[in-house]
Ligand binder design. Structure first.
Ligand code: XMP
Length: 521
């Protein structure tokens, strides 16, 4: 992104699992923001970035520990508004002369903040406390116990007497709760008020993004050739169509069938790209390569890394076949970028390694084109609409790069994959028949590595159990299980057991994220 065209709201990441949601909420208000790990910043870098506002994220450390992370001092000298969230509140108050203590009642989950003191009508609290209190989501052990000079308490909760503090003269605000999560219903308003107060105009639109991305692709690629790894998912497809718009037939798409796709998926993708878009497409059936390499592998991270490595090998092969492609395009999204940055030295804990992220091996010699690096999933969908992709395609549920391998906990075999494919197809068919597909973020079957006893007809069966998963989510970062009716679940279980040879038990996964993840591995 050409930053000179957009004011920057800088989010300093102290390692909270939900830091990305801060960016998400701001982007919803067309505010351009970037997340930087605290340890990649210093005073000089702060001045170079020259943000128009700064948000300090939450994080897992205790601000009371001597070596705990701090914001560069320059943050408070730039003369721009600063908002501290949770850990960010604590380090901010400490750095400005207040006091933080641990050992209090730890507070996780829902809490209510009531106003105390006065605050300006135009402040970041505009529109809050309309009902006399605000529902917020807390997650902290330490808390601020003494204000820094210039600050006053604006809101309190039973376990966080300084739940909201502010030095409005300097534009410094700090909250103990997480305004970025959905469980703080008015948190979005608070973040957007903050951006408005910092002077953001909200000029970061998809139309502008499209034009800038196309110009940037042309500059980066020149007259070079690009290959694009297509998965059939929304991300890589939007990336391909965008790049095709920028450079036409300099682009060749490679669709790698790793043998871990859903029923009929390969055919659907190939038909759509060749017939609908006229984009040159190589259909690489590499299922034996992948499935042989996965033989006997049960560890989820080994599975992911094996698949990721082979993808690169396969692309490399096809890059040469295409006649000297110098670039590899990927549908990498912003959450993946942040996760891999964190992985490479940032503060947050890596939960899963996503395979389509990270640099390519030196020896590969292909440069990356990643036109969606700044976008979240729903922004990619908006860009897809902007580019004219069919609604049915844009609305497809996300499908992970490692495919069915991570929906088959334990060892992956061809037989298990076949069983899984059939069950999954029935489940999705059921969801479509009941008109629920668009209400659900993602739905799939996981085939469990356990066989159980059943009775079918007059005989005993000893077959696999499977789990149905369906979640609602806005961005895949947090999720709730979908509340199907009992009738729907019963009907679906009956169909799967009757129609799929190899499954005799169906369960429904009612875990939210967190603490679960959406995929099983
Ligand atoms: P989790 O399981 O981490 O998944 O809650 C969040 C979202 O990311 C998708 N996912 C992936 N997508 N490559 C991808 O392209 C991957 O390695 C990968 N792993 C998970 C998952 O399907 C869900 O939408």
């Amino acid at each position: 992104m050409d930053r000179s065209r957009h004011d920057l709201l800088l989010i300093i990441d102290f390692g909270s699992q939900v830091t990305q949601l801060i960016a998400r909420r701001l982007r919803e208000a067309s505010v351009y923001c970037e997340i930087w790990p605290y340890n990649a910043l210093n005073d000089a870098k702060m001045r170079e970035l020259a943000p128009k506002g700064v948000i300090l994220s939450g994080g897992p450390a205790s601000a009371t520990a001597a070596d705990s992370p701090r914001a560069p001092d320059a943050v408070f000298d730039l003369g721009v508004p600063v908002l501290g969230i949770c850990y960010g509140q604590q380090t901010m108050l400490l750095q400005l002369g207040g006091r933080v203590e641990g050992g209090h009642h730890r507070e996780f989950g829902r809490a209510f903040v009531t106003p105390s003191g006065t605050h300006g009508r135009d402040s970041i609290f505009a529109g809050l406390f309309a009902t006399g209190r605000e529902e917020v989501w807390m997650s902290h052990g330490d808390r601020v116990t003494e204000l820094a000079p210039g600050f006053e308490v604006v809101g309190t909760s039973p376990n966080a007497p300084m739940a909201i503090v502010a030095d409005e003269a300097r534009g410094f605000y700090a909250v103990q709760f997480h305004p970025e999560v959905h469980h703080t219903p008015n948190g979005r308003l608070l973040l957007q008020n903050f951006a408005r107060l910092a002077g953001f105009k909200g000029d970061w639109t998809m139309g502008a993004y499209r034009a800038e991305a196309i110009a940037k692709i042309r500059t980066q690629v020149g007259d070079g050739k690009v290959i694009c790894g297509l998965s059939g998912g929304v991300d890589s497809s939007v990336a391909a169509v965008l790049i095709h718009e920028a450079i036409g037939d300099q682009l060749t798409c490679v669709f790698v069938d790793h043998g871990l796709l859903r029923q009929n998926e390969a055919q659907e993708v190939v038909t759509m790209f060749r017939d609908h878009y006229n984009i040159p497409l190589v259909h690489a059936d590499e299922s034996d390569l992948f499935l042989d390499a996965l033989d006997g592998v049960a560890d989820p991270e080994v599975k992911r890394k094996t698949i990721g490595r082979l993808f690169i090998d396969v692309f490399q092969k096809h890059a040469e076949a295409v006649g000297g492609a110098a670039f590899l395009a990927q549908g990498t999204l912003y959450p993946d970028v942040i996760e891999s940055v964190s992985f490479a030295g940032g503060p947050s804990v890596t939960i899963k390694s996503h395979h389509n992220v990270g640099g390519l091996p030196e020896k590969m010699g292909l440069k990356l084109v990643e036109p969606l690096r700044e976008l979240f999933k729903d922004e990619v969908r908006a860009l897809g609409r902007e580019l004219g992709l069919p609604a049915s395609f844009i609305g497809r549920h996300p499908f992970p790069g490692p495919g069915l391998a991570i929906r088959c906990p334990g060892e992956v075999t061809r037989d298990k994959l076949e069983i899984l494919r059939k069950a999954d197809a029935i489940y999705i068919d059921q969801i479509r028949r009941h008109g629920l597909y668009d209400d659900i973020w993602q739905a799939f079957v996981a085939l469990l590595p356990v066989r159980t006893v059943g009775v079918m007809g007059d005989g005993r069966s000893y077959d696999y159990a499977c789990a149905l998963r369906a979640v609602t989510s806005v961005d895949g970062m947090t999720a709730d299980y979908y509340p199907f009716t009992h009738e729907f679940l019963g009907e679906t279980a009956t169909r799967i057991i009757n129609e799929v040879h190899g499954i005799n038990r169906v369960t429904y996964d009612v875990t939210s994220k967190p603490p679960g993840t959406i995929e099983w591995e």
